[in-house]
Design a protein around this ligand. Structure first.
Ligand SMILES: *Cc1c(COP(=O)(O)O)cnc(C)c1O
Length: 393
């Protein structure tokens, strides 16, 4: 690696040069099965023909103009996302943390307009919302925050999946303006609420009763990963604000902050902006992504293949001590072990499989949504013996 790169990542010793579907090839010609999809980004897999065509044609036509002009692709994408989600208005940016920055600013401005001078936002233990100053302050992981104090003020933390804890904050804190929560915690270890539907419905009810905004970080759970286009659509409620990024552009950077009802009218000209946000290239990538997801029923596939992997792994690991739980929400899959298992990432890589370990003890799989059953079986056939061997040592 170049000595001129800042030392921000613990990188695996491999360089990929080409991809197709769920497969990647390195510069030595070795093939890998992609169980991570660039951390929930490459939902369409690699080099999806419709995506390649859309961005090639758009690049030849127009890549960027300023947001001080109308951008046709951005308007089309806003209409499309609104129709898919039921949200009213959308702000486009370039990443997940930027989408959350927009949501945090929106919530604060909403508070100030109600006369709350020191607005606070309820956030969760083990949450991950990004690496900018405000989003790392909202994140519930000390490792992300350590060394960057002073943190941004205005966040109140409660345990995840605990409605009573949120109700208690309501009783004694009149500065709260919003709740920011991931429907399924990704970086936190693929943590799925006990009753995910009841949890979001409960949060909706508490927010309504107190005049708070319910803000869902769907940066990882959105774009068909859990089976529906957005994870909140399993619950029958609507959020006031939702953030998207990762899978939205299939690797072309794009983020979005969507708002509904009164929250959709909070921002006025001058309140927020982005130079690159919503440029024609990124919006074309997102439009092609959404079309492919619908045409290929990738949401339904995410459930089918995610459940298939879960069941196959359960079968492999029954009577294997050391495997605590296996859980999945569509193609967000977590295998929790009883011990730290970071070294499995390198071992899997040597066997030609890309996986991730998060929250120390959770093997996380976020495969491309286009993965076939045969490819999913290959993933299981590589991963299961590896984990069994690791646990027997
Ligand atoms: C990845 C992630 C983010 C941050 O997204 P970036 O594009 O890396 O800024 C925020 N929230 C959640 C839930 C994520 O998974």
């Amino acid at each position: 690696m170049s000595q001129h790169l800042m030392n921000t990542y613990g990188r695996q010793p491999v360089t990929f040069v080409r991809g197709e579907g769920v497969w990647l090839w390195d510069d030595q010609g070795k093939r890998y099965l992609d169980g991570l999809a660039g951390v929930a980004v490459n939902g369409l897999g690699h080099a999806h023909p419709a995506l390649v065509k859309a961005i090639s044609e758009q690049a030849a036509r127009l890549i960027h103009v300023s947001n001080v002009y109308n951008i046709a692709e951005q308007a089309r994408l806003a209409d499309r996302l609104s129709a898919l989600s039921g949200m009213d208005r959308i702000f486009f940016c370039n990443s997940g943390c930027e989408a959350n920055e927009a949501a945090i600013k929106l919530a604060r401005l909403h508070g100030h307009k109600k006369g709350i001078e020191h607005p606070e936002i309820i956030v969760m233990d083990k949450a991950f919302h990004g690496r900018t100053m405000a989003t790392l302050s909202a994140t519930g992981n000390r490792k992300v925050q350590a060394g960057f104090e002073p943190l941004v003020a205005g966040f109140v933390r409660v345990p995840f999946d605990d409605l009573e804890a949120v109700r208690q904050v309501a009783e004694h804190n009149s500065n709260v303006v919003a709740v920011l929560v991931e429907p399924v915690q990704g970086e936190g270890g693929v943590v799925i609420p006990q009753d995910a539907k009841a949890y979001l419905q409960g949060l909706r009810e508490i927010c309504d009763r107190n005049g708070w905004l319910l803000m869902l970080d769907e940066v990882q759970s959105g774009i068909a990963r859990t089976g529906t286009m957005f994870a909140f659509q399993h619950s029958g409620i609507y959020p006031d604000v939702m953030t998207l990024a990762k899978g939205l552009g299939s690797g072309v950077p794009i983020g979005a902050c969507l708002a509904k009802g009164p929250a959709a009218d909070v921002f006025q000209p001058g309140n927020h902006g982005s130079t690159f946000g919503g440029n024609p290239l990124a919006c074309s990538a997102a439009l092609a992504t959404l079309t492919a997801i619908e045409e290929e029923s990738l949401g339904a596939k995410a459930v089918e293949i995610g459940d298939f992997i879960n069941h196959a792994l359960r079968e492999e690991f029954k009577n294997v001590p050391g495997v605590v739980t296996i859980r999945n929400a569509g193609m967000m899959i977590g295998i929790e072990l009883d011990r730290p298992c970071g070294e499995l990432v390198k071992q899997a890589l040597a066997l030609g499989l890309l996986i991730n370990v998060t929250a120390d003890k959770v093997i996380r799989l976020l495969p491309p949504l286009v993965m076939s059953k045969a490819e999913a079986q290959q993933l299981v056939d590589i991963l299961a013996p590896l984990v069994k061997n690791f646990l027997s040592q």
